[in-house]
Design a protein around this ligand. Sequence first.
Ligand SMILES: [Zn+2]
Length: 337
Amino acid sequence: MAEQFLTEAQTKQPELTKHFMHVVKSGDLSHAYLFSGAAGVGKLALAKVTTMALFCLHPDETGFPCGQCNECLRIANNEHPDVLTVQPDGQSIKIEQVRALKREFSKSAVEGKQKVFIIDDSDTMTVGAANSMLKVIEEPLTTVTAFLLTTDYHHILATIRSRTQLVEFPQIQQEALVQFLKQQELSRTEINLALKITNSTTELDQLLADQWLGKMKRQLEGWLTWISKGDARAFPYVQTNLMPLVKDRFSQNVTITMICLIFQDVFNVKFRDQAAADLAFGDVYDLLKSMAQQLSDQQIVSMINDILTTSQLQRANVGFQGILEVITLKCLHVITS
Ligand SMILES: [Zn+2]
């Protein structure tokens, strides 16, 4: 976990991370920060890494925490008695949560002199909670540092905003995303696939959790093997191999997108002569190539349209397995016609 926060902060926000390590090393950390930026830009990771840098037993010469000592590990795992992270309880952060935090902080630091609190989604604080929080940061103690995290600082009470140092997180550059994905040990084609699905790091995290993306990619490649031969075994394959990986609305949508990307690849092989390394499903280039030879441009385009139209049935609450089966039948029909 500690290593993960370090990697995430350094790949998503290299400049800010370097800056904060320097600030900690020179002892210039302010008492309250407001981290503002879109979901997934690395706000929590940077707050954690900065806190680790404060407590780390073996920071390197530039101030970076080691990510391995007991302090770093306990901070990453939310087990450090002097570091508290508050997250919304349901839809909001409630006054009781802030009161509990204040009680904790009125005690002296359990182990050292320093205390840190991190308020995630701080814009969800109720008015009561925000006012209670205001009192904490109005009476700054040199030994307490607060990180308030929000997707949009405009949603934070002006009185709180004026007492914190605003840090605006830039959007993540494509290059940084690729770096981030490489560090997750993804293959070239998996990186292509992931970036064709989304540019949101939150969604990328979701795709990569439990290696879902790689698993679904392999199953769809199996599905494509039957489809490309016009083999009806593609049909039961939906239930036995694809459905076990589809758990929620997000994975349903991504599955449809991935099937569209298969046909987009076929199109790109046929008309743009794209190399395997540039495709989302380049690992089964031969299958794509053989489909590109069998299908006309009209057929490929209408295939993609058919998939999208069929997927709209989702709104009519048709079971997702039914949708995939209809798509499969349509694909088989085109390939054998
Ligand atoms: Zn450490």
